[in-house]
Write a protein of this length. Sequence first.
Length: 522
Amino acid sequence: MDLLPVLLQAIYASAMLFVSLLTIFLVYFYNKRAKTIGYLRKFPGKHEPIPFIDFIDVNCYVSQRVAETGLPYRVHFFEEIIKFMASYKEGVCVRYIGASPEMFLYRADHVERILTHQANIAKGYVYAFMEPLMGRGLVMLTGNVWRMHRKLLTPAFHFRTLDQFAVAMNAHCKIFTGRLLRKECEEDLLPYISALTFDVTCETIMGTPVQCQTTSSGEKYLKSLHIIAKLFLTRMSRPFLWSDLIFNSSPEGREQKKLLDYIHSFTYKVIEERTKDLKANPIPTEEQADFIQSKHIFLDTMILQHLQGQISLQEMRDEVDTFMFAGHDTTSVAIAFAVYLTGLHPGIQAKLRDEVDVVFSRVECDITTDHLKGMRYLDAVLKECHRIYPPVPMINRRLIEPMFIDGKLVPKGMEVTIGIYQLHRDPNVFPDPEKFDPARFFPENAQGRHPFAFVPFSAGLRNCIGSRFALLLEKIAMCWLLRRFEWTSLDPREKMITSPDLVLRPFHKLRVRFSERRPQHT
């Protein structure tokens, strides 16, 4: 029997089945996409008939700017996104990032709708690129698992623990200001601040002194994080690197793996050492619940919950990786920009120093939360610094449920970016938005302002769990600086180029000249 006709018939039947299934899928996909596009066309933005057209135009423009300035792709890509949002005054716009449409929200009422939505708490696709660094930690989780982890971790950041944190913060700020006495004005200030915040994070949140400021310990970890942050933005802005298969085979992917191996080994060592300490000094079972509620060391809380079977070892590792990064990096850039902006405005810096001198009477004592309660001007200055340079300039959500913006439907599955950087520059809320004016945040001037017009730590259900910790460290660090120094920033705002490396940071060296004040009474 000749098998060739039978074989050909089988191949033909298989091919027809494949074509039929592919056709059904494409028709379904087209109809669904056409429906989505129909909804989105009601919003302002770029609605190209072929999705990649706009992104190709953006890529060409950004590549041209890279050739002209020599700055990295990620810097100009961020610049282009900000310009795009600024060109649509409605506070909402749509454009294609690669083949997918994305909605940008940057008006307070729009931002409130999504940040307070009970169901739409899922992070967007871009966060998947961060998963190799942070695993399935609090930043990455969603749904009931996120709610469970949030509930478990909240006691470690209760306001009652702030005074306990302040002890270590003061000790490390003394070391920090001592190091600045030997700093050259041309040196980059940011590594000094990063070492401070890393020391504080490790001692207060992890219960493990690292002494990054006085030894080289932790230096490699910080450098590795900084490089990974740049690799994340490089990958996010280049669709051909979105595939794990392609990225992992690329030079960038191989470099990331090498850095991640070191970072994870560092954090796992911290966990192992702290676990040994707890096992060597066990807490009676009947006291463990009270311990978790009252203990100020985040890692101890995690270890006990792991030993009780509430979370797995991998979940604990993921949360530690998340908080090791988030605990220090956002705070370090916030302090850096506060020093920079006050260094450009000697009058504002002088008012801050007067407030500090009144509170402390020129006595160099440790700073407590009670000292900070009445420091209205410091609070306003830091808020204005957060407004101009929010540590996290954008956050992203993927809609689990459809919602309405301006009475128009935004379909389920849509990627939505909250443009915090642009939100903070809404001229209807903050007139002359590029002006550094702390008086905007005096209570009498902020009265009646939309509560979601200023969200440096996000807001709603997924607000930053460590915001009180970050603000306390910022205030204590600024008070120590104001008591010991006067300073001048050497580069004007027009020369300040920012880079969105997971957090918003200065691209060039942060050059600040410090002058020591007369010794204070002790």
